[in-house]
Design a protein around this ligand. Structure first.
Ligand code: PBG
Length: 327
């Protein structure tokens, strides 16, 4: 039997050799840590479906931000749960809204950490949809009327001190509307990380418990993408790039690695992938049952997302990853 000279196994013999030729390296620099903020004081309420995660009041959140920074995490992504919800999501753009308070709290005490804010209405609307709904009809989520409120929301977050805004409502034209509102208010330096290709995914289940944002009727299929479509993701991203997105995003991550790969090939902007709540919770649950090794599964997952082409990974494992990377 004749073997070719090249034998890949020669470079797998020990860990140093494997590290020497490793192509994909996870760095804490590219990881974003998502957090949920609620009103009140001294609140740290566990989120049952996302072990290790909590709804936190601003005082606790600030401590968490300080700890995150100490582990080497550079960026947080904030989601707010307002005390009161209404039809026009007024808590999203209130000057003393929950996110605005959270941003100011963090910026006052840990100014170096990057604060990214989610720009959406679903946590703030009484019906739980991401835009204004007419006559209780989800097919009538009013795109253009919602744009105005999304722009107001992003603007008030940036005015509170957010370093970057991340629109996730999947309304057409949201990036342009937000870019215009920021530019007109001397906030031209604030970048936009756009959830360009966001799918109508069942993997958001645990998040909706965490953010108390499950739609009260219908679903999000009239504005989020059909999981069956890939070319459409490219069209969605192209539009957001034309509207001024600084960072593009694909979400979820694991079931959409092909979309991440294509996005990386076709666009030359920094690409983020959101390793969403369901991707986290299913591995957590399996680990708790003793069926999977959580550390190894987590690293394999993050590596797969990066290998597919993501420059930035938003993940609920941020703190654990930081801890392990520091070892
Ligand atoms: C808000 C938003 C959602 C997520 C991020 N921003 C939920 C949704 O669209 O229902 C999901 C994140 C996750 O599952 O971790 N629109």
């Amino acid at each position: 039997m004749q073997f070719p000279d090249y034998r890949p196994r020669r470079l797998r013999k020990n860990e140093n050799l494997r590290r020497l030729v490793r192509e994909t390296i996870i760095s804490i620099d590219n990881i974003v840590y998502p957090l949920f903020v609620v009103g009140g004081k001294d609140v740290k309420k566990p989120i049952a479906s996302m072990p290790g995660h909590f709804q936190m009041s601003v005082d606790i959140l600030v401590k968490e931000a300080r700890e995150a920074k100490a582990t080497g995490i550079l960026a947080l992504l904030l989601f707010g749960i307002p005390d009161k919800k209404d039809e026009r999501a007024s808590g999203a753009y209130a000057k003393d809204g929950i996110i605005q308070q959270a941003v100011r709290g963090i910026k006052d005490t840990v100014p170096e950490i990057l604060v990214i804010t989610d720009v959406c209405l679903c946590e703030y609307t009484s019906h739980g949809h991401c835009g204004i709904v007419e006559n209780g009809n989800v097919l009538n989520v009013l795109n253009d009327a919602s744009l105005e409120l999304l722009a107001k929301t992003a603007l008030s977050q940036a005015q509170a001190g957010a370093d970057m805004v991340a629109p996730s409502a999947m309304m057409d034209g949201q990036v342009a509307a937000i870019r215009e509102a920021l530019d007109e208010n001397a906030l031209g330096d604030i970048p936009i990380m756009a959830y360009c290709a966001k799918y109508a995914s069942a993997f958001y289940g645990p998040f909706r418990e965490a953010a108390e944002s499950a739609p009260q009727f219908g679903d999000r299929k009239a504005y989020q993408m059909d999981p069956a479509n890939a070319d459409e993701a490219i069209r969605e991203i192209s539009l957001d790039v034309a509207e001024g997105a600084d960072i593009i995003m694909v979400k979820p991550a694991l079931p959409y690695l092909d979309i991440i790969y294509r996005a990386k090939q076709e666009f030359d902007l920094p690409l983020a992938a959101y390793n969403v709540s369901g991707e986290y919770s299913m591995i957590k649950a399996a680990a708790q049952a003793g069926w999977l090794d959580e550390e190894k599964t987590m690293f394999e997952t993050l590596t797969a997302i990066k290998r597919a082409g993501a420059d930035i990974i938003i993940t609920y494992w941020a703190k654990e990853a930081a801890r392990l990377l520091n070892k």
